[in-house]
Design a protein around this ligand. Structure first.
Ligand code: ZN
Length: 95
């Protein structure tokens, strides 16, 4: 396992609490992983819910329904430069 090439933060929309999440799998660049986190499985609330709790070393209390309004992510370089950021308003209207 190499050093993470970017940092990821997941915010629970309901509480506003942001946690740093260390992905189990991380490419050399965010560009290679962005699709997975936007259009792919990790874009879904059900998975982000599990990651958010794991980031806190806690087991998720239950399943989160699929959707795209419960968790938003922010991604930075290792030195804090913004690479990607979601707003709550970006995350509504998904069927
Ligand atoms: Zn889902």
């Amino acid at each position: 396992m190499g050093e993470a090439k970017y940092r990821m933060y997941i915010t629970c929309v309901a509480t506003g609490e942001e946690v740093e999440y260390i992905p189990a799998y991380c490419s050399d660049s965010w560009n290679d992983d962005e699709f997975l986190w936007t259009e792919g499985n990790n874009g879904c609330d059900c998975n982000r819910h599990n990651y958010w709790y794991r980031a806190k070393d806690t087991e998720p209390p239950g399943r989160q329904a699929c959707g795209d309004s419960a968790y938003i992510i922010r991604v930075t370089t290792v030195t804090g430069g913004l690479l990607y950021e979601e707003k709550i308003s970006d995350r509504t209207g998904f069927g």
